[in-house]
Design a protein around this ligand. Structure first.
Ligand SMILES: Nc1ncnc2c1ncn2[C@@H]1O[C@H](COP(=O)(O)OP(=O)(O)OP(=O)(O)O)[C@@H](O)[C@H]1O
Length: 272
């Protein structure tokens, strides 16, 4: 059966001035599929995400979102197709948490239309369902890093777009909330057929999702513009950890022999 692409990037090249961050990169994101973007600090994960969302223009290549050329789409059209959870978020105004989440509904409203009762109920239901109702009236500016991240994820969920793109969504989350988010991603992909792209520093998250029978792909980048992609088992090898991160890692497997995690042991120091 032909897979349904939500996003297709072909031969993308991006550079800041003279510095090429990635070149001739191709990527497809499908309904029900999860793509984990991994790579060392500064390799270009955020830059790639920003390019896929139209915040940066590639110097070469084409991005199609929902079958349309991204370069010709308006911000509101992009937001209906793809929700975005940023890594950082400026907090200038004294909005309540409920109001910040409500902003996720903007893509569905007319130009001068205010959110209605149904939109507010949707936000309330989501806060209740996720056990965060106590946050609803808090001043968004006063939230901790982890609470902010949760609110930005909830804002993306009410946007109800077929694709969700998250930039290191677990960077501030505690052990339990990391699992809560992974369960949410699982539900989004499996039950709601959404596509998910997330950058992460934890290869184990890709393995966690893949071991739950989801369609998971890993894209591994490095600072020299090298990029490989495949299933978590194909990409998360000891050899690739040495080659892309310069570390010696061990693979841990469960009783069934499935790879469950990678553990970094030591830095590989050159012999010279
Ligand atoms: N606006 C900019 N102008 C010039 N160079 C930039 C700009 N933003 C990022 N860079 C550089 O581009 C490279 C890729 O940065 P990017 O933030 O995409 O990496 P990353 O993989 O997301 O990093 P991290 O894992 O640390 O979040 C880095 O070398 C960074 O210093």
């Amino acid at each position: 059966m032909e897979k349904e692409h939500l996003l297709e990037a072909r031969d993308l090249t991006f550079q800041y001035g003279e510095r090429v961050v990635f070149s001739d990169l191709s990527l497809e994101l499908e309904k029900g599929g999860i793509t984990c973007l991994l790579g060392p600090n500064g390799c270009g994960k955020t830059t790639l995400i920003d390019t896929l969302l139209g915040f940066h223009s590639p110097v070469k290549g084409v991005i199609e979102l929902g079958g349309r050329n991204l370069a010709e789409m308006k911000a509101r059209e992009i937001a209906r197709m793809a929700a975005y959870v940023p890594q950082t978020h400026e907090k200038h105004f004294p909005y309540s948490v409920a109001d910040v989440i409500l902003m996720g509904r903007t893509a569905h409203l007319g130009f001068f239309q205010a959110p209605g009762k149904e939109d507010r109920e949707m936000v309330r239901d989501l806060l209740e369902k996720t056990g965060r109702l106590s946050l609803a009236e808090r001043d968004y500016r006063e939230l901790s890093g982890g609470e902010t991240q949760i609110v930005l994820i909830l804002r993306a969920l009410v946007q109800e777009s077929p694709l969700i793109i998250m930039d290191e969504p677990t960077s501030h989350l505690d052990f339990k909330n990391e699992l809560v988010l992974l369960e949410m991603i699982h539900e989004l992909a499996e039950s709601r057929n959404r596509g998910v792209l997330m950058s992460t520093h934890s290869p184990n998250q890709a393995l966690f999702l893949a071991n739950r029978d989801l369609s998971v792909r890993v894209v591994l980048m490095d600072e020299s513009g090298r990029l490989i992609s495949g299933t978590p088992r194909e990409i998360l090898t000891v050899e690739n950890m040495a080659s892309f991160y310069g570390i010696k890692a061990v693979q841990l497997k469960n009783e069934e022999g499935n790879l469950t995690s990678l553990f970094p042991l030591e830095i590989i120091r050159s012999q010279t």
